[in-house]
Structures are given as C-alpha cells and as structure tokens.
Design a protein around this ligand. Structure first.
Ligand SMILES: [Zn+2]
Length: 460
C-alpha cells in the first residue's frame, strides 16, 4: 500500500521544508517538493509538521527494582510512548548480579515480545564484571547491542572504577558506547545515614534532595570523564540534572573530550519545590529535581546544541508503590512516568516558548538518539529507505495532561493539569496508523530493532 503525505512541513535536525512524502508498505520511498499521486492514498497534512517518529533512548519497562516491579511493562509503557509520538524506545535490559548477558537479554526479549506497541531496541545495563562477562561482550555487540549502561550508585548495580575502566576499554575495541548514571554513592549513603541519626527517622521527603546533592552528580560526572579520558573513548552522561554536573562536562570538552549528554523534561520543567507536601513521593526520582537555576542552565545548553538528547527515564510506579516509602523515604521506588508527554512538553515549553527550534526538537527527540544508538538511518530521519515512522504534528491543538486519559499504568501524572499547545495528531509506525490524538488504535505491532547502523560522529 502506498500513502502520500501532502503539503506538510518536513522536519529534520538541520532544517525544515515543505515537501511531500511517499511511503510504500513499511518504508519511505520518496521525499520531494511535489510528488504526483499515483496509486496512493492521500493524507492531507497541510499546515502541519511531519517529524520522524520520536525515539526515547532511556526507558525502564517491566524492571524489578526496590522490591517491586515498575507499573508499566512493555504493553502499557509502549502504548504511552506511541500515543505521544514515540515510535521507538531503547529500553535498559538489565543484568542482575550473577547473571550472564545472554540470560539477561533473553529475559528482556521475553518481557517485550508481542507486547510492544512501538518498536524497541535494548541497551544492556552491566552490574557484574568478571572474565566470563568480558568474554560475552563480543557476542552481545555482534547480536545488536551497541550501547551499555553503568551505574555509579545503587547497591545491586554499582560498578567500581576498575570495572568502569575495563568496560570502557572493551567497548572501545568492540565499537560500543556506555551511558553512565552519575551520582557519588558514598556521599548519598553518608547523608542518608546522617539524616537517620539526626532525626531518628526519614519520613520528610523535603530532606530527599539534600541526600543526593548536585555535587554528588558533579563528582561522578568528573570521575567518569577522567576515566574515559584515560581510556580515550567517548561516553554518554545520562539524565543530566544539574549546573554543577554540566560544568564538569564543559571542562572535559574544553580539554578536547567527546561527551554526549542526555537530559529529561522533568529536569527542565520541575524543581525541588515538589518535594514539599502530600504528593512529594510521586516526584522522587534519581537524580532528584533541582532548582530553577539548574533548569535555566540545561535549557541554555539545549539552545546552544550542547546537549544531544532529551529522553524520559520512564520508570513508572503507582501511588501505592510510592507509599512503600511512607515510613522511610529511602525505601520509595524512584522514578516517574513520562513517555507519553515528552514530545508535547518539549514542543510547548521548548518550541512554543522560543527556547529551541523545531529542528532542534527533531534532533533531540529523534535524530541524535538514532545516531548515538546505531539505529540511523533506519530510524530518526524522513528519507527514502527509512522506516515510515511518521508523526503528523498539529501545532494548533490545545489539550490538557490528565491521569484519567493517560496510557501509563501509573495512577498519577507528574504534569497533571498542564495545558499544552501542539500534539501528535497521527502517529504512523512503519507505515501503519497506530495512534491518533492520544488513542492507540493499532496496538502490539512493535518489533525489536537490532542496533548496528551509523553512530553520531562516525560520519565524515
Ligand atoms: Zn534510568
């Protein structure tokens, strides 16, 4: 079947132009200023943007963590994603200690197979580093995993400096890259202990951001970048939240290092005042929400092109799950939903308020993630040969974020009541109309995407 998208404004990371887009079955076959319709169903998108399907490079679906499992598995989590315009996620398949990489990956395929409503690729989070895991890395990379995740905190996940050095060295040889969760575990643990000693309890969430200060992020960013410099390899700093952390990145870049940076809408739009009041636990994420000054620094970095991707860190829990921390906030599962609202938040507060251009939105929400995670040019671009993942973006729809209408199983919306202008009116997954104005009309069509294309910076 052929479809002709007529009269829209086609957006890429480096420009926008009026063009017609012709698709055949699952692929784009033509992008021209004018295409005469021959045997094609016409989709009139005059006056609307056409973006390549958005990519969420940071999600946790069906993740066992903090003695519970995330509210969203691949079924509801990917419905949330595609309803907002995201046609591909890169989820963190996670190796628990003692597991082989093959076992961890097989488990993640099982979690996702047949359930996803958008396409999905995997990163592999490494928590155990030894000779047999080292042996396995090559087959993981050959099997289509090119990006890995390392944690500098969390008891079951943290890897030490020697492991980080050795992993980065191996990935450099194999053509993989690591994304790192940067927070200094020692500072966090010491502050949690001190708080308990001082107050005899840890109930007041207002104390939470103080246990994970910006300095703890900055220290870990600095350390990771110094280790990466010794190895002479690029790394990705994921969910950057603070000015202090960003300053370490700027210093490393001044030294000539290549550093990729991801941030998330919550760090751009919400601040630590959320940790006061009855809803405070719902906003417990790690790193925590920061100050308005931190937000301003991150927005400026986006405007200047110094941050490469905006992902969600979608890691959803219900209010009841969040209440596991009622007696001790340190027992609260950290994370929030965000898959559904990311594109509209970035359009409204980014493009709509003049902070970033539609081209930058395309780069941060789609193209750069595709390049960084080896999905390009299959994903992340509207060009002949690419998957027909298309988002018809209507800049004039005004709508409100509400927990009642969201797809996520989380029974709250962190941005409840926010009125947004601009919405993914129609979302096509490999040529098939899959979501319309927030409703998923063609569920469970998502496929696994093997990484293995160009990486950002590899071309020319
Ligand atoms: Zn995460």
């Amino acid at each position: 079947m052929r479809q002709l998208f007529q009269g829209g404004i086609v957006v890429s990371g480096d420009g926008q132009r009026k063009a017609d887009v012709l698709t055949e079955d699952e692929k784009i076959i033509g992008v021209e200023s004018r295409i005469e319709a021959v045997d094609a169903e016409i989709v009139d998108i005059t006056g609307k943007y056409l973006f390549p399907g958005f990519i969420d490079g940071h999600t946790h679906m069906d993740l066992e963590v903090s003695d519970t499992v995330t509210a969203d598995g691949f079924d509801t989590g990917t419905k949330a994603e595609i309803s907002g315009g995201t046609t591909c996620i890169v989820d963190f398949a996670t190796q628990n200690r003692g597991e082989s990489l093959a076992y961890a990956l097989a488990r993640w395929h099982k979690k996702a197979d047949g359930k996803a409503s958008c396409d999905y690729a995997f990163h592999l989070a490494l928590s155990d580093w030894n000779e047999s895991v080292k042996e396995e890395l090559w087959s993981a990379v050959k099997g289509g995993i090119r990006s890995f995740k390392l944690y500098t905190t969390y008891d079951g996940m943290v890897v030490d400096d020697q492991a980080i050095y050795e992993i980065l060295t191996c990935l450099k040889e194999l053509g993989g890259i690591a994304g790192v969760h940067c927070e200094n575990k020692g500072i966090i643990d010491a502050r949690l202990d001190a708080l308990l000693k001082k107050k005899g309890e840890r109930k007041d969430v207002a104390d939470y951001p103080g246990t994970r200060p910006a300095g703890a992020e900055a220290e870990a960013v600095s350390r990771i970048l110094k280790i990466a410099a010794c190895v002479d390899t690029p790394v990705i700093i994921v969910h950057l939240s603070s000015k202090e952390g960003y300053e370490e990145i700027c210093r490393a870049r001044e030294r000539g290092q290549t550093v990729y940076v991801e941030t998330c809408p919550q760090y751009l739009l919400l601040d630590e005042s959320r940790y006061k009041g009855a809803d405070a636990r719902k906003y417990m994420i790690a790193p925590p929400l920061r100050t308005k000054e931190d937000q301003a620094v991150l927005w400026k970095a986006l405007a200047e092109g110094e941050i490469q991707t905006v992902a969600t860190d979608h890691c959803s829990f219900t209010e009841a799950q969040k209440d596991m921390g009622a007696e001790d906030f340190a027992r609260t599962p950290c994370g929030m939903p965000g898959g559904e609202e990311r594109p509209a938040l970035m359009y409204h507060f980014g493009v709509g308020e003049g902070r970033i251009s539609p081209e930058q939105m395309c780069a941060y929400l789609s193209e750069n993630a595709a390049k960084l995670y080896h999905l390009y040019p299959k994903k992340g671009v509207i060009a002949p040969g690419s998957d027909a993942d298309l988002v018809v973006w209507n800049p004039d729809i005004t709508w409100t974020l509400l927990k009642e209408t969201q797809q996520s199983e989380a029974d709250y919306c962190p941005f409840e009541g926010t009125i947004l202008r601009g919405r993914a009116e129609a979302v096509y997954l490999r040529g098939k109309l899959t979501a319309k104005n927030g409703a998923v009309i063609n569920p469970c069509q998502g496929q696994y995407v093997k990484a293995g294309h160009e990486r950002l910076g590899d071309e020319a």
